[in-house]
Ligand binder design. Structure first.
Ligand code: COA
Length: 425
């Protein structure tokens, strides 16, 4: 079966997380992703958060599956030649260096277009044009500047970042969509274009409901927020709303049986209007079905704290999975709070290829997250990340068509360094 992006060559000049998530996705869809790394060092994440000494970290391996690695010193004159040959050969150049770094290597958009008019240049930066455009940015900075931190956490606590990497992986996803869109556009125009994604913009795109609420505030209190029921006045900016649902159907995280000793014995419970009657029956409040103070979603808004306290008295009698089974039978939307340990062991996630076990020559077996996007005619198979420079010779020979003598000469120039040897495979 052919892959959706078979034949597309990606010059992957990415590092850390945001860029690599993008190119990993493209690789899963079948693109030939050629990761260019600095000789001797490579992507900094190879050595960060290492759990096994001298072995590529999980941070690196889990973001760089299905890629090939070539080492190339982009500041060495011979390395530059090779880089330009890659630019001419590839369809897309993806990078997430600090602002200005690519241009300092001589790779300006004008020169790239001149060398290869079909080339798509895709970049992640922390900020778009404006006062912060020259800043270096990591995940949590983007979460803070994109509106996520100010709206996450509890009202009486400090702003919070979330564990979901919406700045890095989120922007990587946005960039991948930009790239395939530009590839589609190229089928009509024959020309490449620039694709820019700023992490601040990506985070804000994912936080749009909070900008919605900012504007609703001009017309009165946000009645689905807990603080409305508690009689706490709203300020002039969208507040932190704890675990309140961000949508029109009120929801909360509720304790389940065992919460005293299990930090994840909780269930997210949504009081969807359509299933209010079965909710009342299940929690033992049948009178609330007809009581005018509880019978309609609007009437319930000032009583949400009381309602959820009552529902929690019921959920605390059941473990989260049993509660879910009972509620699902009535189509009541709810979900268990799953720990990473539970997710790692989840049989359905393994069967669907969302959790995958991968074998690595120096690390051995480990778990990773497979492609969350499932294409029926182009299924993803997760293969291990490359060792540093593992495919240098192969790329020089097969992709760039250098002769053996030329490869020896490039090697002698110091442009590719020494490649990591595979100890056992
Ligand atoms: N050969 C030679 N030099 C290389 C190289 C290679 N193969 N690959 C990279 N380099 C050099 C670059 O030329 C640059 O050098 P210069 O500053 O002298 O021009 C340097 O390595 C890398 O630069 P930089 O991107 O500044 O790395 P950093 O570790 O200092 O900063 C980030 C890391 C993530 C903060 C920064 O890259 C950034 O802000 N990126 C954009 C936003 C982003 O993606 N952030 C999220 C990361 S998950």
């Amino acid at each position: 079966m052919s892959k959706a992006l078979e034949g597309v060559k990606i010059l992957d000049f990415t590092h850390v997380q945001s860029g690599p998530t993008c190119t990993q996705l493209l690789a899963w869809f079948g693109a030939d992703v050629i990761k260019v790394e600095r000789p001797g060092a490579g992507d900094a994440t190879r050595g960060q958060l290492q759990d096994v000494p001298d072995v590529d970290s999980l941070y690196f391996t889990m973001l760089n599956h299905n890629k090939r690695s070539i080492t190339l010193d982009s500041k060495n004159p011979r390395g530059k030649d090779v880089l330009w040959r890659l630019v001419k050969e590839c369809d897309v150049l993806v990078e997430n260096f600090a602002p200005g770094a690519l241009a300092r290597m001589g790779l300006t958009w004008e020169k790239i277009q001149e060398a290869n008019p079909r080339m798509i240049l895709a970049s992640v930066k922390g900020f778009g044009p404006g006062r912060y455009e020259d800043c270096k940015v990591y995940e949590n900075v983007a979460q803070c500047a994109g509106g996520s931190a100010s709206t996450t956490g509890f009202r009486d606590g400090i702003p919070m970042v979330t564990g979901a990497q919406i700045g890095d992986s989120g922007t990587g996803l946005h960039l991948a969509l930009g790239i395939v869109t530009a590839l589609f556009h190229r089928t009509q125009t024959g020309l490449g274009q620039k694709v820019d994604c700023a992490m601040q913009d990506g985070v804000l795109n994912l936080c749009r409901v909070k900008l919605r609420d900012q504007q609703r505030l001009d017309h009165g209190p946000l009645k689905e927020y807990s603080q409305f029921g508690e009689g706490v006045p709203f300020g002039d900016a969208t507040p932190r709303a704890g675990n309140d649902s961000g949508g029109g159907q009120p929801g909360r995280i509720l304790k389940c049986k065992g919460w005293e000793h299990d930090p994840n014995a909780y269930l997210y419970f949504i009081t969807q209007g359509a299933v209010w009657e079965p909710i009342c029956d299940i929690i033992g409040e049948p009178g609330w079905k007809t009581d005018p103070a509880y019978a309609t979603p609007k009437a319930r808004l000032p009583h949400l704290n009381e309602i959820f306290t009552r529902i929690e008295a019921w959920t605390m009698k059941h473990d989260k999975f049993a509660a879910m089974d009972i509620l699902n039978a009535y189509d009541i939307p709810c979900g268990p709070i799953l720990s990473m340990k539970e997710i790692a062991a989840d049989e359905s996630l393994r069967k669907s290829g969302t959790i995958v076990e991968v074998d690595h020559p120096t690390r051995g077996k480990y778990l990773t997250v497979g492609n969350p996007i499932k294409l029926s005619a182009s299924p993803s198979e997760v293969t291990r990340s490359p060792l540093l420079g593992e495919h240098t010779d192969e790329i020089l020979r097969d992709v760039l068509r250098y002769t053996e003598d030329e490869i020896a000469e490039i090697s002698g120039s110091g442009a590719i360094g020494t490649v990591q040897k595979i100890a056992a495979e």
